[in-house]
Design a binder for this molecule. Structure first.
Ligand code: SF4
Length: 67
């Protein structure tokens, strides 16, 4: 998601699509911590709760051999 700042690459975001096709970004941390807004004002450039999304590790047997 472009233009969202940190939220766009955060593992705690959820993208919500309305009936009209509008896309909203929701912060899942808000469910358990009131310090986080449910719908952050974008873009977010600083956030203590930010954690980068990580790519899934390759399945067993598909990992590169050590060189
Ligand atoms: S934890 Fe911070 S960066 Fe991550 S989705 Fe929530 S507000 Fe955005």
């Amino acid at each position: 998601m472009t233009g969202a700042g940190l939220c766009g690459n955060c593992r705690h975001k959820r993208l919500i699509v309305s009936d009209r096709g509008s896309v909203f970004l929701r912060c899942e941390r808000a469910k358990t911590d009131p310090a986080y807004p449910k719908y952050p004002a974008l873009p977010v450039w600083t956030c203590a709760g930010y954690e980068a999304e990580t790519a899934a590790p390759p399945p067993p047997g598909r990992q590169r051999p050590a060189s």
